[in-house]
Design a protein around this ligand. Structure first.
Ligand code: ADP
Ligand code: MG
Length: 238
């Protein structure tokens, strides 16, 4: 089960408070989007959930376990970044297997998981190719494959599509949603793109300057924005 709970979470860089007393409740299986302007603390929140950044105060619980002091590799989460650097000298299969080798999985188990991910992502025919032989969309799918093979409780995406052209972005949105429907894995997806947020989310968390301005279903944010900031931010075209 992959619930995620943030309780009074804070982040300070010296005197700069970039996340202030954030409370967020995410249920197992939800697709939650964090949206806010650049600098609002989205990546910092995600990195704290992943364990890549220490928290300055509060608690983070994954699957009802406090993970404040648990290292990233033991948190059962997998993160997909915007700059999804694949290993250029490794094949698609080896790129996906790498995270598992680091975790000392058996060869048979690695093979099983890579084949499953390839099937889910429709990469079956490409397993022996190298990244340079792939299109942008295929590379993005391999990056997702590296997350899927780990069979995590939670997927974290940090603006995964912002380097893709508009047409591919729309296609990949649909793929990520489909992946979520298929696997049912709790997903936290960061974007500054309003359309992406409103079309993909079960629940949207609107951030500004490290503060949660509103949490709600997309339709509720449209119909009942909590304040002028939310109304203008959600309502404005990206
Ligand atoms: P977002 O992802 O919403 O654009 P970030 O979480 O990256 O925002 O950043 C939030 C704030 O924290 C910004 O003001 C940013 O400059 C600051 N920040 C991020 N990382 C660091 C760091 N390592 N040291 C100091 N300030 C940082
Ligand atoms: Mg960011």
């Amino acid at each position: 089960m992959g619930s995620v709970k943030l309780s009074s979470v804070q982040k300070k860089y010296d005197d700069l408070e970039v996340v202030r007393d954030v409370d967020i409740d995410i249920e197992d299986g939800e697709f939650v989007v964090f949206i806010g302007p650049s600098g609002s603390g989205k990546s910092t929140l995600l990195r704290m959930i992943a364990g890549l950044e220490a928290i300055s105060g509060g608690q983070i619980l994954i699957d009802e376990r406090v993970v404040n002091d648990i290292p990233p590799k033991d948190r059962d989460i997998a993160m997909v970044f915007q700059n999804y650097a694949l290993y250029p000298h490794k094949t698609v299969a080896a790129n996906m297997a790498f995270a598992l080798k680091m975790r000392k999985q058996s060869r048979a188990e690695i093979k099983r998981r890579v084949e499953r991910a390839a099937e889910i992502l429709d990469l079956g025919g490409l397993l022996e190719r190298y990244p340079r032989q792939l299109s942008g969309g295929q590379r993005q799918r391999v990056a997702m494959g590296r997350a899927i093979v780990r069979d995590p409780k939670v997927f974290l995406f940090d603006e995964p599509l912002s380097n893709l052209d508009a047409k591919l972005r729309v296609a990949m949105r649909a793929e990520i949603k489909q992946l979520h429907q298929q696997l049912g894995t709790t997903t936290i997806y960061v974007t500054h793109d309003q359309i992406e947020a409103m079309t993909m989310a079960d629940k949207v968390v609107v951030l500004r300057d490290g503060v949660v301005e509103q949490v709600g279903a997309p339709i509720d944010l449209y119909d009942f924005p909590a304040n002028r900031f939310v109304a203008e931010f959600i309502g404005s075209p990206s």
